[in-house]
Design a protein around this ligand. Structure first.
Ligand SMILES: Cc1cc2nc3c(=O)[nH]c(=O)nc-3n(C[C@H](O)[C@H](O)[C@H](O)COP(=O)(O)OP(=O)(O)OC[C@H]3O[C@@H](n4cnc5c(N)ncnc54)[C@H](O)[C@@H]3O)c2cc1C
Length: 354
């Protein structure tokens, strides 16, 4: 079988890359082993335009927000699923200093933050003493709907191989690659953290980050917003289910959920949520983050048959569609990739053991 592109991984990166290649009428095959703890299967799906205690706009916020709203809406319509919802963040101030700092941001004309006149409206559900601010627009992307629906589409079109890709079986030729009975013009790795051990890309400055979260049943909480106080409480697509998290650990000795996180999450809830809840699950995964917090997109400087779409860090839901589209345009129409994301910036590193 000869195809244009072999894609390794169907997390959010491989999903969007295959989506855009299909739009360009390219032939492709996705190989995915459906790892249950892959980041994309654990993500809360939040798209938040600001970051940190100072609520500064995230990288490319003004461009990414309208782009992702439109593209996920289109994908939802094409697959006949609910793919994205607007869920603004209600940010409860933990102390008067944080309130003051938020007020300063509002006065500086930060377009994404505002204060509400009626600050009593959430007292029925939450305990809070210093009011709250609102961050908008924010979105939740329903990966629990998107990934299986896209997988079914790939299967139906015979574009998915459900197995583990074994790099030892990959043969690199001058202008193509060969894997078992498949020849492809390009192979693109969208394999999340597995790339940290990949012969061609392991020298890239990855910085894997561990994240834990609880899945809660909260039948009496209306799923109108994302709520934040210490941790973030996010409504999931399944009615009554909420996601509470997450931890951010740069240094860890294992990839399993910990009692320490569960205790911390329950203590947060005790001081925050007034409604009854049940813990349905405790999940844990490793974010494919990077040292300089920018994704890795593009073709290897020596082996241009091999490419990567990875390093989405904490922002896979917004970065993956945007850069999957850029990579597709680059592959098909030779348009440039944004220099901040293009792996060309690591050319000297990547040529070292090529
Ligand atoms: C707890 C947690 C919360 C998060 N919350 C958010 C959030 O709210 N918003 C946000 O934008 N981001 C969030 N993220 C980050 C986001 O999940 C990631 O940026 C994103 O999912 C990365 O997607 P990916 O497709 O690049 O990699 P992955 O999701 O890791 O997908 C890789 C895929 O490749 C497959 N694969 C790997 N190796 C092989 C192989 N050898 N053979 C076959 N298949 C293979 C795996 O099975 C998997 O399906 C969160 C992450 C975590 C852990």
């Amino acid at each position: 079988m000869h195809i244009s592109c072999l894609i390794i991984g169907q997390g959010i990166s491989g999903t969007w890359l295959s989506y855009f290649l299909q739009k360009e009428n390219q032939s492709f095959l996705v190989i995915d082993d459906h790892a249950p703890h892959a980041s994309s299967r654990l993500s809360a799906g939040i798209i938040n335009p600001v970051t940190g205690r100072r609520h500064v706009a995230v990288w490319m916020a003004d461009e990414l927000l309208p782009y992702v709203r439109n593209i996920y809406t289109t994908l939802g319509q094409e697959l006949n699923i609910h793919a994205i919802s607007q869920k603004d963040i209600i940010d409860f101030f933990p102390n008067p200093q944080m309130r003051l700092s938020f007020e300063q941001r509002v006065n500086e004309d930060n377009q994404y933050v505002s204060l509400k006149e009626n600050e009593n409206q959430f007292h029925h559900s939450f305990q809070y003493d210093f009011g709250f601010g609102k961050i908008a627009p924010c979105y939740t992307v329903h990966l629990q709907n998107i990934l299986p629906a896209w997988r079914s589409r790939l299967k139906k079109n015979n574009q998915l191989l459900e197995e583990k890709f074994n790099i030892a079986d990959l043969k690199i030729h001058k202008h193509q690659v060969n894997y078992k009975n498949i020849t492809a013009d390009k192979i693109i790795f969208c394999d999340g953290n597995a790339a940290t051990t990949n012969l061609w890309f392991r020298l890239l400055p990855f910085a894997p980050n561990k994240g834990e979260a609880l899945i809660l049943e909260i039948p009496d909480l209306p799923p109108t917003h994302i709520y934040k106080k210490g941790m973030v409480l996010v409504p999931l697509a399944t009615p009554h289910l909420w996601w509470l998290g997450a931890s951010y650990q740069w240094s860890f000795t294992h990839e399993l959920p910990t009692d320490a996180f569960k205790t911390q999450a329950e203590s947060t809830l005790k001081n925050f949520l007034k409604l009854p809840y049940k813990i349905a699950d405790h999940i844990c995964g490793i974010r494919p983050a990077t040292l300089e917090r920018r994704p890795f997109v593009g073709l290897h400087p020596v082996h241009s048959q091999i490419g990567i779409l990875n390093g989405m860090g904490t922002k896979g839901c917004s970065l993956a569609p945007y850069f999957a589209n850029q990579l597709t345009q680059h592959l098909v129409h030779h348009t440039p990739i944004l220099p901040d994301a293009d792996i060309k910036r690591f050319s000297s590193l990547l040529t070292r053991n090529a």
